[in-house]
Write a protein that binds this ligand. Structure first.
Ligand code: MF3
Ligand code: CO
Ligand code: CO
Length: 257
């Protein structure tokens, strides 16, 4: 395992790219509504990314065909935006944006709700957001990386939900996916010790039913729940600072340490 400790210059570059990724999620919010296709949302995101001097990192990444991932309802992650997927009332969906700006990567995602969703869908979305927050609160120099996943899984299970363990967070910034792997279910005080200058994502995927994933055999990407129950995800890119954390993809000033 080679966890890159980023230089001040690299941190500034990743900060700018992450900020743009966060701004894209703010921009797209107004367009997420009943009757709109996920393919149309992808086009808007593609154009916004390019017009702000960046490149969508997912486009052609290992053959991925679109400029973001959009994962509705039972899709856990890596949903391919399509003109054939039309949003309807009560849908919950994750939009995942990764930008490359001046060579630096920023990666963030959040859930959207179309109109009003079922009580359990709302509970799942809120619990998943809280899981991300609990993970972020574990980020400080000297703490174990595993305590992020420990905090996340303990809370998810307490709410009657399950944690997807087949996909993880990851180091990010110089490349799309770097070391370390950030597990969202982990044992207390396990894994490497956090150090200032590390940058990684925390991106818990939380399921209403079984935790297992099945990948669509036709497109090779779309990861669904095995029982077709709901899944939710939120993601931020986080820097370990001298005293705690900085959430690089947060553009709402929601986090301060
Ligand atoms: N943005 C996703 C992540 O959080 C990765 C998407 S890779 C793709 O790591 F190929 F599916 F786009
Ligand atoms: Co990620
Ligand atoms: Co992502």
């Amino acid at each position: 395992m080679n966890i890159i400790i980023k230089t001040a210059e690299q941190i500034e570059g990743i900060r700018q790219s992450s900020k743009l990724a966060g701004e894209i999620l703010v921009y797209i919010a107004d367009f997420v509504k009943e009757g709109v296709s996920t393919g149309y949302l992808d086009q808007l995101i593609h154009n916004y990314t390019i017009s702000h001097g960046a490149i969508p990192a997912t486009l052609n990444y290992s053959g991925f065909p679109k400029s973001c991932c959009i994962s509705p309802n039972d899709v856990i992650c890596h949903g391919i935006p399509s003109e054939d997927v039309i949003l309807k009332k009560g849908d919950i969906l994750n939009i995942d944006i990764t930008t490359i700006l001046n060579g630096y990567f920023g990666d963030t995602s959040k859930m959207f709700i179309v109109g009003e969703a079922s009580e359990n869908a709302v509970k799942l979305v809120n619990a998943t957001k809280h899981c991300l927050n609990l993970g972020i609160q574990q980020v400080r120099p000297g703490n174990y990386l595993g305590n992020i996943g420990y905090a996340i899984s303990r809370y998810a299970i307490s709410q009657g939900f399950t944690v997807v363990y087949e996909y993880c967070g990851h180091g990010v910034g110089i490349e799309f996916h770097e070391d370390p792997q950030v597990d969202h279910a982990a044992r207390k005080n396990s894994g490497p010790i956090l150090k200032p200058g590390m940058i990684f994502t925390i991106e818990p995927m939380i399921n209403e039913g079984k935790p297992r994933v099945k990948v669509d055999e036709t497109d090779g990407w779309t990861a669904r729940t095995v029982d077709n129950k709901l899944s939710a995800q939120f993601e931020h890119t986080v820097l370990v600072t001298d005293t705690g954390y900085e959430v690089l993809t947060d553009v709402s000033d929601e986090y301060s340490s």
